[in-house]
Design a binder for this molecule. Sequence first.
Ligand code: NAD
Ligand code: MG
Length: 392
Amino acid sequence: MKQVAILGSTGSIGMNTLDVIRNHPDRFKVVALTAGKQIEKLAEQCAEFKPAIAVVSDVNGAASLSKLLLDKQIKTQVLYGPAALVAAVTESNCDTVMAAIVGAAGLVPALAAAKAGKRVLLANKEALVMSGDLFMQAMKQGGGELLPIDSEHNAIFQCLPNQFTKNPNPSLGVEELWLTASGGPFRNTPLEQLADITPEQACAHPNWVMGRKISVDSATMMNKGLEVIEAFWLFGLPLEKIKVLIHPQSVVHSMVRYRDGSVLAQLGQPDMRTPIAYGLAWPERIEAGVAPLSLTQLAALSFSEPDLARFPCLSLAFSAAKAGGIAPTVLNAANEVAVAAFLDEGLPYLRIPEVVEKTLSAISAANADSLEFILEVDARARKLAKEFICKH
Ligand code: NAD
Ligand code: MG
């Protein structure tokens, strides 16, 4: 029986994880659940899965959750705040952690899971983008297993030789990783219409149902840029060997090209329960509740190069990846601020790349060599990005 903690259980990945677990009560026991603000949803999850610990962001949320649980006679211990997110990982007796908090807020508990030697199911790509080196070192030090949940990285993990991530031996002949991208809702939108894009339009992804932040990132293709950086850290290949292909059907989730001419691909429905079930059960495979893929019912599968003029965020991410050091931390922080401002404060869609670019240029290069420094850079970049947004 695996003991599972879910960081971000009320989000899109969190709920899909619980959906897989719900169908396998003989294999998985939920021991900790955490959420930001959706207290009622978390209370329902606690009533169903009866975890030992539940964590929310603040004291008011904790009081509301405690009351709801008392009414339902559920004995889950309620904690709150960033340190409690770490406690959910280190003090819940879990062996498996789903890291599915969105954004930089997920970094510290994901690192705690890595250091503690847990099996880490990593959805929270921002953690790797901000601090890839530290995160991979923490995994090594802890000795646990890292299973990528992002569909592209999960696909690549499936197409690589066994244990490639632990021993990327050149004799295994891995030449390139090909990350596929749908191109989002604006792949063919006339460029002059992009200025008026609303949050609702940006969040209406053609193939995937996801949280709002990653949906906007998919529309700008910043998401694919973050994923290139994520792949760099996960699989240890040089950046020049990580390619992006537009594949609007989202059926081929990514590919690996080998020296001998073979290209291995993983195909499936665009449904995150497949990579989640894979990570939960690895190396076994379990029922995920996903409809079987029928190739004969699909129209043609197509692939093309991304258009960097249409997607300046992808270009910015490539530059930050190349620059290395703290540049990806700055890119991520500025993007989080700009996307939040677009979603909640009416920042025009086309100003997202502008804010990211200005913030990147304003912070000088440095190595990302400690968590304290990375968090300091993250805070500095957020402050600057907010100033750029206000000044306009
Ligand atoms: P979401 O917005 O639906 O859910 C985010 C979760 O994090 C929620 O439970 C929320 O309560 C929690 N949260 C947010 N801010 C928090 C804070 N400050 N402190 C504590 N908890 C907080 O997001 P999502 O779509 O589920 O994505 C989660 C992560 O997985 C992201 O990093 C995303 O890039 C990655 N991911 C998602 C998908 C997908 O299909 N949704 C696919 C690949 C990768
Ligand atoms: Mg992805």
